[in-house]
Design a binder for this molecule. Structure first.
Ligand code: G4F
Length: 334
C-alpha cells in the first residue's frame, strides 16, 4: 500500500485528491494547522466523508521544525504540496505573509524531504498566475513567466525551488502548472463561487445585487476533480517533469455571470454591480492553457466543460442556500 502526504488536505484540491488516493488504495496522511484541528466542524468540513480514513498531523508551514517532525515520524512514497495562501487579491493586501508562507513553506517541505526521505516523490502546486501578463497564447510549459501579483511571484519561486531540488539533488520533483479549477467546494472568495453563491442568495430573496470587479478578465476554468487526477499521474511517470493542466478554452467573468444567472432563470444585468474596490492593482487579463504535453505523456484529459462546471456549482449553491436560509442570513449579518 502506497503512503501519501497532502499539505492543504482541508482545501478544495486537497479533499478531492484525498478521496482519489483513498479510492486507489493509498494510505493518506495530511498536515493541518493546530488551529484547524480545534474547529473541526468548520475547518475540516470538506473531509467530512473520509475523515475516519485519514491520518492528520498537526504542523504549520511557517515552522520548519513542525514539518521536519512529521517527516521524521512517517515515511511517505508521495508528497503533494498544495497548501498555500492562494487568494490573489489577499496577496496584494498582505504580500509579506503570502511570500513567507508560499515560498518558505515550499522550501521547508523540500528541505525536510531532502534531509529525511529523498526518495519520496514531490508534487508542487504551481499556477497559471505565473504567466501573468502573458508572453504567448495559449500558455504552455515553455512560455516565460511574467507574474502580476505577490501570489504569482511566490508561485514562481516555489516552481524554481522544485526544479532546483530536482536538478541539484536528483529528487523526483514535479510542478503542475494548473489553470483555474473550481467546484462546489471552492472558497467563497473566488469569483466562480462568489457568483454561484450570489445567484443562489438572490434567487432565495436573501440579496438583491452582486458586487464584482473586472468582468472582462478571461480565465481557463476547469473542474478541480479532473485536475487532481493529473497531480497523481505526474508522480507515476518514470521521470519527473513539469506539466500545464488546462481545458484549452477561455471565458470572461461576464460569460460566467451570464451562464450562472441564466441557470437560475435570471438575467445577470439586473443584479451585477461593478465595484471598483474589487479591481486588482495589476490584473491578469487572459489565461488559456495548452495541455498537449499532459494529454500525450500523462494521458490526461478533462471530463467537465465550462458549462457543466458552472451548472453543477449553481445547483449545489441553490440547494445549500435553500436548505439553510437561516445560516445564510446570519452570514449576511456578520
Ligand atoms: O477567482 P479569482 O479570484 O481567481 P484568480 O485570481 O484567477 O486565481 C485563482 O486561479 C489561479 C490559477 O490561475 C490560482 F493559482 C489561484 O490560487 C486562484 O485559485 O479571480 C478570477 C478573475 C480575476 O481576473 C479577478 O479580477 O475574476 C476577476 N474578478 C472580478 N470580480 C473577481 C471579482 N475575482 C474575485 N475573486 N472576486 C470578484 O468580485
Amino acid at each position: 500500500m502506497k503512503k501519501a502526504l497532502i499539505t492543504g488536505i482541508t482545501g478544495q484540491d486537497g479533499s478531492y485528491l484525498c478521496e482519489h488516493l483513498l479510492d486507489l488504495g493509498y494510505e493518506v496522511h495530511g498536515i493541518v494547522r493546530r488551529v484547524a484541528l480545534e474547529q473541526p466542524e468548520q475547518r475540516l468540513g470538506r473531509l467530512k466523508a473520509v475523515l475516519d480514513k485519514v491520518q492528520i498531523h498537526p504542523a504549520n508551514l511557517d515552522s520548519y521544525p513542525s514539518i521536519f517532525h512529521v517527516f521524521s515520524r512517517e515515511h511517505f512514497d508521495e508528497c503533494y504540496h498544495l497548501a498555500a495562501q492562494s487568494f490573489v487579491a489577499e496577496s496584494f493586501a498582505d504580500g509579506f505573509s503570502t511570500m513567507a508562507t508560499n515560498i518558505n513553506g515550499t522550501h521547508y517541505v523540500l528541505a525536510a524531504l531532502r534531509e529525511l526521505q529523498p526518495q519520496c516523490r514531490f508534487y508542487f502546486a504551481g499556477s497559471s498566475e505565473m504567466f501573468g501578463k502573458v508572453r504567448e497564447t495559449p500558455q504552455r510549459e515553455s512560455t516565460p513567466f511574467y507574474p502580476r501579483s505577490p501570489y504569482g511571484i511566490s508561485k514562481c519561486a516555489g516552481f524554481q525551488l522544485t526544479v532546483n531540488y530536482r536538478e541539484a539533488y536528483g529528487m523526483f520533483c514535479c510542478n503542475g502548472i494548473l489553470f483555474n479549477h473550481e467546484s462546489p467546494r471552492r472558497g467563497l472568495e473566488f469569483v466562480t463561487r462568489k457568483v454561484t453563491r450570489g445567484v443562489a442568495r438572490i434567487k432565495a430573496g436573501l440579496a438583491s445585487e452582486l458586487r464584482l470587479g473586472n468582468l472582462d478578465a478571461k480565465r481557463d476554468w476547469g473542474h478541480a476533480r479532473d485536475y487532481i487526477t493529473a497531480m497523481h499521474l505526474m508522480l507515476q511517470q518514470p521521470t519527473p517533469d513539469d506539466y500545464v493542466v488546462a481545458t484549452g478554452e477561455t471565458h470572461s467573468v461576464r460569460e460566467l455571470c451570464e451562464l450562472a444567472f441564466s441557470e437560475a432563470g435570471l438575467d445577470y444585468r439586473d443584479y451585477v454591480k461593478i465595484d471598483q474596490s474589487v479591481y486588482r492593482p495589476a490584473e491578469v487579463d487572459l489565461l488559456i492553457g495548452d495541455a498537449a504535453k499532459a494529454r500525450s505523456v500523462l494521458g490526461w484529459r478533462p471530463h467537465v466543460d465550462f458549462a457543466g462546471l458552472i451548472k453543477e456549482m449553481v445547483h449545489a449553491d441553490l440547494e445549500a442556500v435553500g436548505s439553510s436560509p437561516r445560516a445564510e442570513l446570519a452570514l449576511a449579518g456578520s
